[in-house]
Design a protein around this ligand. Sequence first.
Ligand code: CA
Ligand code: CA
Length: 388
Amino acid sequence: MNFKRFGVICGIIVLAAVLVFSWGCQNQPTGPITKIEAGTPTASSKIRDTGSCTAGSFKISFNGSFVSGLGWSTGSSRSISWSGSGSGLSWGPGVYGWMQNPLVEYYIPRSGGSNKGSYSCGGSNWNVGVTRRTNQPSIEGTASFDQYFASGGGQPIDMSCHYSGWRNVGLSVGSQNYQVVAVENWSGGSGSASVSVPNSNWYTHWVGSGSATFTCGGGGGGSTTTTSGGSTTTSGGGSTTTSGGGGSTPIVVRGRSTDGQGRIDVKVGGNTITSWTLGTGMANWETSTQYSGGLNVCFTNDADNRDVQIDYVKVDGQTRQSENQSYNTGVWQDGSCGGSNSEWLHCNGCIGYGDVSGGGGGSTTTTSGGYTTTTSGGSWWGGGSWWW
Ligand code: CA
Ligand code: CA
C-alpha cells in the first residue's frame, strides 16, 4: 500500500545519495503483528489497539461488534484457564489466537466448520472443525486462511495437547502470534463481560462497529481503552480518587501510518504509557498519564512502505505541532535517519514534544498504576456484518 509515497521518498534519496541509502527507508525488522486488521479489506482506515495489561482481568461493555481479549502477545503450549462471563456476546470467553505459516485463526471451545477429526485432551473428546476464509481481514492484512474451531471440553485449555491433536488429524500448527482469552460479538446489540485470566500480560481490543470499552483490571485503577468506529467515546475508567494524588494528564496524538500497520509508543518521562497501531487515515488517538517529563512519540516497527505521520500532539492545553519540534530521530533527512521539524517518521525513532506537567490540572485523582486510552476514528467503517 502507498507504494507511490515510498517510491518518491526513496527515489529522491537514490538520486541524491547513490550510496548506502536504503537501510533508512527500507527494511527495519518488522515488529510482531499484534492485532487483526480491523474493518473490511478495503477500509481506508483501521482501528485496533493492543498493549500491556498485567492486572489479570478485564471488563468490557459494548454496543456493537468487537473482539477483545487478555492473554499473551505470543502463543505457547501453556495451559489456559479463566473465570468470568458476559451477556450479549456472540462467543466467549474462550481461547482465541492466531498462528502464521500457515495463517490460522483459532477458537477454543467453539463448534463449527467442517469436522476434521477428534482427539482427547483433559479427559474430554474434542472435535476440530475448519472453515476456510478467503480474502478476509487478518493479522497479515487481507488474506486467505483457515479458522480452527475446537469443541467438546472445557477448562483448562491445554494448548500443547490441542496442538498435538490438530497435527494428529492433519492440520498445520505454524508459528505463534498472539493468544488471549477473548470475548466477541458479531451480531450487534449491547452487553458486557468481565473476565479474569491468571498470569496474563497483554490485551488486544478491536472494535468493528458501534462502540466497546475495554477496561484492564476491571476498574479501580486499571487502564481503560475505548474504541468506537465512527465516533469518539471517552471513558474516565478505572481511576480511584484519593487526596493529593499525582493527577492524570490527557494526551491526544493525531497521526496515521502509510500501510495501516505502523506502530507507535507514547512515552512520558521514559515510561511507555501506551502503544497503538495507526490506521491509514488521520485520526486522533487519546491517552492520559500520571507521569511527568519528556513526551516522545516513537515509531517502532518500520518496514518496507511503512512510515508514520504525526500531525501534532495536544497536552497541557497546548497543540504541539510535529513540524515545530527540533527533536526527530525517525525522519529521513540529508541521507540518514534523524533530523528535525517534520511530521514524518520514516525510520524507527521518536519525535520529542517537550515536557508533560503531570499535574492533571489540579486534580487530586490518582490511580493504582492505570491509564486511560481512548481511540477514535473517522467513519471508516462500512457497517454491516464485516465480522467473521
Ligand atoms: Ca502538523
Ligand atoms: Ca519506513
